[in-house]
Design a protein around this ligand. Structure first.
Ligand SMILES: [Zn+2]
Length: 367
């Protein structure tokens, strides 16, 4: 199996189009046509990770964090990022990152944390806009049903738990073919009046190419009249963080103990206890302070995240309990998530390993 086949499979789950603008997810080093000998999965890619991949005969390393993040201007080995890239190239090891696109999808990084904490009713905390499209297409009435079904099968018309959603009106379409046109209906230089259906469907933006191809394959006209709209609607399937509920509410202290144990936290930095039970839990793996406002407005009792700065803790303002469990700790189960997902790909004929190394750069000192 080739690298491109695996990355395509990963991107069905977390399309790269949903990564944040500052991010650099995707295939960073290597060629998509290379045959895979083995995959090593981890949170970070360090020189030691390349070494581990070599020892395990893996020529593809998949990590959550992209080793090339801000761009590289030279490769002379003065910085650890350069050394990782140099070693990867020298050893024919491909590097692939699946970062904020995996944060931003349903069942991604944050859903995994919620699942680990035993939460229910897991939703996206801050759904994003501008990732849903609307297709409007005009087609002879007799061909409409076929096209509607084909678009539905290609993934258009899904709204929450409803599929094959579409809207259709009928009217008259007019066109006049030129002499060199090859019309399905009508004659050259004669105005045709055709009973047409106007079909409208929505679809997530990552499916755009597939949807347009499906439309072309299932439409009789040489020139198809259609248009696309980018929608401002919030997409409940794509966005930052997660919000969920405990099956049974517990005291703040009990929840902190549960959190600490489940996430193997060496210590939790938290704000003053609010004095009420925890039921609703907001989550953001990694740096999450930008979502505090969303957590408060959705009435979460606690916000579990990482990388809070001193002044950001004040923003809790007795409305919510902030629990900073550490960046690595919050995202540690991402590797399991990736391995579990890849294991659902039936044609895999090579081993997949989780790195045995703890790449957390932060250590804790207790006297
Ligand atoms: Zn992270």
């Amino acid at each position: 199996m080739k690298i491109g086949e695996i990355t395509k499979y990963l991107e069905q789950f977390a399309p790269t189009i949903y990564q944040e603008s500052y991010d650099n997810s995707g295939l960073l080093v290597g060629n998509k046509n290379t045959e895979i000998t083995g995959i090593l999965i981890g949170l970070d890619c360090l020189e030691s990770t390349i070494e581990e991949a070599k020892q395990k005969n893996c020529n593809l390393i998949i990590t959550h964090h992209p080793i090339i993040f801000k761009g590289l201007k030279r490769l002379n080995g003065n910085h650890y990022t350069e050394r990782v890239v140099i070693n990867a190239i020298k050893n024919d090891i491909a590097l692939y990152a699946i970062h904020t696109n995996l944060d931003n999808v349903k069942n991604g990084v944050n859903f995994k944390i919620a699942e680990k904490l035993g939460l229910k009713n897991i939703q996206i905390l801050a759904p994003k806009t501008q990732n849903l499209m609307k297709l409007t297409v005009f087609i002879p009435v007799g061909n409409a049903e076929l096209l509607r079904n084909a678009l539905g099968n290609a993934g258009a018309g899904q709204i929450g738990e409803y599929k094959n959603c579409s809207f259709e009106t009928e009217g008259i379409g007019r066109f006049e073919p030129t002499e060199i046109a090859n019309p399905h209906i009508g004659q050259a230089n004669e105005l045709a009046n055709i009973e047409e259906s106007r079909i409208e469907v929505i679809f997530p933006i990552h499916l755009q190419n597939d949807i347009l191809q499906t439309m072309k394959n299932n439409h009789p006209y040489e020139e198809i009249a259609y248009y696309l709209h980018l929608l401002e609607n919030k997409n409940q399937e794509i966005g930052s963080g997660a919000i969920a509920e405990l099956k049974q509410e517990m005291s703040e202290k009990d929840f902190l103990i549960h959190l600490s144990k489940t996430m193997h936290a060496k210590g939790i930095k938290h704000t003053k206890l609010v004095g009420k039970n925890i039921k609703k839990v907001a989550i953001c793996g990694g740096t999450g302070s930008f979502l505090l406002g969303n957590a408060v407005s959705q009435k979460a009792d606690i916000f579990v995240s990482a990388d809070f700065k001193y002044h950001e803790f004040f923003e809790a303002d007795n409305k919510i309990l902030i629990a900073d469990i550490g960046h690595y700790e919050s995202e540690q189960f991402t590797s399991d998530l990736l391995k579990d997902y890849l294991s659902t790909q039936k044609e895999i004929d090579f081993p997949i390993y989780l790195t045995t190394e703890n790449t957390n750069p932060v250590e804790y000192f207790f006297e």
